[in-house]
Design a protein around this ligand. Sequence first.
Ligand code: MTE
Ligand code: MO
Length: 424
Amino acid sequence: MTGQHALPGPFRRENWRSPVRGPWLTAVLSLVLLVGLPIVFVTGLLSYAAYNPDLPGNDMTPGKGLFGFYLFDWPTEPYWLYRVTQGTHVILGLVLIPVLLGKLWSVIHKLFEWPPVRSPAQFIERISIALLVGSAVFEFVTGLLNIQYWYVFPASFYTMHFYGAWVFIAALAVHIGLKIRVMVAPLRSRRLRDELRTDTAHTAPESPDPDELVSADPARPTISRRGALGLVGAGSLAVLLLTAGQSIGGALRSTALLAPRGQDLGSGPNGFQVNKTAEYRGISESDTGSSWRLTLRGGGSPTTLTRDDLLAMTQHTSHLPIACVEGWSTTNQAWVGVRLRDLAELAGVPEPAYVRVESLQQGGSFGAASLRRNQILDPDSLLALGVNGADLSLDHGYPARVIVPNNPGVHNTKWVSRMTFHVS
Ligand SMILES: Nc1nc2c(c(=O)[nH]1)N[C@H]1C(S)=C(S)[C@@H](COP(=O)(O)O)O[C@H]1N2
Ligand SMILES: [Mo]
């Protein structure tokens, strides 16, 4: 016990006496996060790019200009790419939660060190750690709440998660710069293979380290390092098994119990996930019955089409999944309808820059989306009227919904009522 740790409360160093605490265990957990978290960050940025945030109406994030520097035109090929990147983003993020908690446990007393500041360099380090831990917890919690549909945020999830990610990656870069050498030496000091062979009885504390991760007064071991890593690993594996099926599909679908859209698909041709139902969005049978019209705008005067007019046009089939930003996705469905590029031509804009698609839904950011030229012109991009040999169900967007390859689910607008093609 030293005078530097005189802060009262449960987080003082002398209360954390497990003999497995030490630079090696912390370094192993750090290494897993060092590999995993950048993948979560990059797939998150890809998801941002996939939204085509530079198109009018797609992104309400204030002041995003500086942080949109890396944006590129999101492709329509391969059609399954977003399914993979966003599935990875959400599932890997969830799987890393036990690792993050293990890592925080291994250094928890350091976060409450007292006095908080001893030197200017140490002050900067502590600020970076406060930002790192704060933003990491923030990103994990907001992400988790979002995929569980628990919208308790004070602002848009999208904006908060986006800015949180940049704070996190900046703090992580500083942290890596400061700590990478402190991580490498302990990793070399013990061999993983040996640790995995050591049982609890033979678990001895590491020698005292300058960072004081090792307890000054270690207790008798109640778990081995193998056991501690096994606990974290089992936690991650359990999360993986309880969520991965939501994107991978097949038999794993039935074990995705933590994923709100992994289950309860309904049956028949329209028997696959529904995100927001027609009832939830306030869409009624009367809005979508014989009075429904599709309005095309762009060239001269607007064109108005009934569903029968659309059915009289050349019909095309595309085999495409729905891949939601929440990480779940469907397997390929056989969508039937008219090509978006045929509609562009009908609207008098055969060379569109983008199209604004609007739905019957009033207000909110979910009922409309803008699609870029490459998405309109792709021959697999449809305004679908049917799926898997049947009419669309009301919940899947009857009378007509957009389906575009490699498009985030949210931009596949359901209950479409109006499309405005723009040349620039
Ligand atoms: N008008 C409208 N279109 C919408 C939505 C919506 O709420 N309203 N939800 C979007 C989201 S978030 C997804 S993931 C897909 C889901 O399509 P599905 O319910 O047919 O699976 O539809 C998208 N299209
Ligand atoms: Mo979605």
